[in-house]
Design a protein around this ligand. Sequence first.
Ligand SMILES: [Cu+2]
Length: 137
Amino acid sequence: MRKPFLIGLFFILILVLSACSTTSSTNISVKMTDFSYTPKDVSILAGKEITLNITNDGKVEHEFVIMKPGMTVGDDFGPEDEENIYWEVEAKPGETKQVTFTAPTEPGVYQVVCGTPGHFMAGMGAKLTVVKQEPNS
Ligand SMILES: [Cu+2]
């Protein structure tokens, strides 16, 4: 009774994992509005140079701040969080720009927040998933 269920679960897990890895890339696009990111979950390849196309469709300046591994801001981004920043970029209202950064070598889920006071509190947060590159891709 139990075994087929476990095997089924195993294959579902494989499917989910492979689906995730095919969507990760070295070229990502993120749109910022007042006050959210689209998409809210971005997947990139560990250790690679990443090209980020970022657009601010909001009426105020926004930031895309990647926190260091295991680091999260509390209720909102504050001065105490500055030292825990892995990488950041900001964009003015209506601005679109292309920037590059090197992805963390450590796979995992990294917190992304807007560093403008009150914005993270207003819901401006996202998730950056760093995955190891598939050996055959
Ligand atoms: Cu913001």
